[in-house]
Design a protein around this ligand. Sequence first.
Ligand code: M6R
Length: 612
Amino acid sequence: MCGIVAYIGPKEAYPILIKGLKRLEYRGYDSAGVALLDGSLRVLKKEGKVSILEEYSTSQDTSGTVGIGHTRWATHGVPCDKNAHPHLSQSGNIAIIHNGIIENYNSLKKELEQLGYSFHSDTDTEVLVNLIEDIQKEDKLSMEEAVRVALNEVIGAYAIVVIDKREPDKLVAARKGSPLVIGIGKDEFFVASDASPIIEYTKNVVYLNDEEIAVLNRNGDLEIKTLGNIQKSPYVQKLEMDLEKIERGGYEHFMLKEIYEQPQVILDCMRGRMNAEKGWIKLGGITEYLPRINNAKRIIITACGTSWHSGLIAEYLIEELARVPVEVEYASEFRYRNPIVTEKDVVIAISQSGETADTLSAIQIAKDRQALIYGICNVIGSSIARASHAGSYTHAGPEIGVASTKAFTAQVTILTLLALQLAQAKGTISQSRLRQILYELEQIPSKVAEALKTNDKVKEIAAKYKDAHNFLYLGRGLSFPIALEGALKLKEISYIHAEGYPAAEMKHGPIALIDENMPVVFIATNMSAYEKIVSNIQEVKARKGKVIAIVNSGDSQIKALADEVIELPETDELLSPLVSIVPLQLLSYHIALMRGCNVDQPRNLAKSVTVE
Ligand code: M6R
C-alpha cells in the first residue's frame, strides 16, 4: 500500500522518480507527488494517477538531483491534493513520504497542536514530519538523529524517506513493517518500496530490516543503524529480477500478460523440484524441517484473498494425500482470536507479495507459540519470507496486475508438491500413484496452454453476460475454491457482485437468487462429483438461470443442459484447479474490459496490503 521512491546522486531526480512511481503504481493510485531539492525544496502533488502528476509537472520546475516520490493508497483522509504525499513540516524545511500507518498519530497531533503546530491535511504522515521537526528544533539534532528519536515515539508501521533542505546531500530512510529496498549505484542511491524502480540502474541492493534507519550520503557513504542507535553493516545483495519481466511485453494489460505466462510459470515452479520418471520431489526449503513437518499433529494454513483460496486447495490435497488434519484460516481473523497453536503445529503462510500485514501478524502469533512457520511467497526477500523458519518461493516473477493470476497457479503448484512430498515421507501414497500424479503434473503447463485457447470463446461469453448485476460460481470438492477464486476475480476488476459457493450449498439459500437474469458458472471438471453437479445444473435450469459450464472436452451431458460451455483438457482431479481457473481469469478480464474498468488498477484496491 503506497509506493515510495527516492533518489540522490548526480542525475536529475525527477525522471527517475516518475518512472519509479509508474512501476509502483500497483501499490496505490489515489494520488501521487514528488519533492525535489535544488537549493529550494519544491513539492508537486496531485490527486489521481501518476500520469496526472506528470502532466501537471510539465509546467513546473522539476530540477534537482535529490528527490522523493510517492503514490498513495488512502488510509487517513480521502484521496485529494492536500492529503497527497510528500508532506512538508511546518517550517517547510523537511519533506517526507510514508507508507504505513502511525497508530498514535492522534495523541501526537494534539501534543504538537499545543506546541503551536497546525495541520493542513488529514494524514498521520503530516504529524510524523512535524514531530521530526519539533525534535530536531528542540534538541538541535541532525536530521537522522531527529528521525531516530521521533520513530521511537511512534506506534505503527512505516517505510519513510525524509529530506531536509538544510542538509541537501543526504536522504534518510527507515522502515518498520513496510518494505524498503536501497539500490547502490555509482555515486548514487535509490530507495523504493520494491526493486522495480531500481532494476535498470543497479543490481546491488540492501533490504532494510525493521527498525533500521539508513542515511544515504551524496558522497557515496551508506550508514545503517537501529532505532536503538546500534550501527549495522549493510548487507549488499544482487537483484535477480529482470527488467523485461516488469514490462507489459506487447500485452494490453499486465493481467493478460500474467494469465498467459502461466504455462511457463508452472514449469519454472516445478523445475528442479520433481522428477516423474524417478518418482521424487524435493522442495529445497523443506528438507531440514521435514521430520518436524512430518510429525506435525496439524497444519494450519493462513493467508488472505487469492492466497487463502490456494490454501483451501492445499487443505484438500494435504488431507487427501498425506492424511494430516489441515485448518485454513483468514490471517486477519486468526491474529485476533487467540488461536490455539502449539509447537506441534506447522503453520503455512501463503503470500504473493510477502508483505501482507495480516499474514505477517498471524505468523508472529504462531511463532510466539513455537509453531514452525513455512512461508510460500513470490517476492524474494520479502518480509514474510524472512519471518518464516523455512519456505519455498513460487518463482512466478513480478506480478503487477492487482488481480492475482499467475501467483495463484504457482502457489497451487508448490502446495501440490508439498502435499506429495509429505505423503511420500509419511508413506501415505504408493510409489505408482505418486509417479502417476507427477507425470500428470508435467503435462499441466501444456494443458494450461490448451486452456488459454478458450480465450475467443470466453470473450464471446463475456460479451453476452457483461451487463449482469450478479454472478454465482459453483463447484464441488477442489472446484469449490476455484468457484471462490473465479468470483473474487470478477468482483475485484469488473465491480459485478459475484459469490462463490459449494454447489451443494446452493439449495440452502443462494437458489433463491436464481432467475433468468442470473448467470451461474459451474466448474464441472472433477469427474468424481459429476452426477451431482449435473443435478445442480438441472436445479438452476429449472429456475431459468443461465448456466455457463466449465467441463472436460468431450462432455455431452452438461453440454446438452448448459447455455454456454467452455471445454478444457482433462487432467487428474487433484490437479484440476490449475487448469479450470484459466477460463475464469479470462472471463473476468474480458468482462472488466468490456465494462470500461481499469483491469490492472481496480478502484479502491492495491497490490500489496500492508495495513490491517
Ligand atoms: O500478497 P498476498 O498474496 O498476501 O495478497 C493477499 C491478497 O491481498 C490478494 O490475494 C488479493 O486478494 C488479490 N487482489 C486477489 O486478486
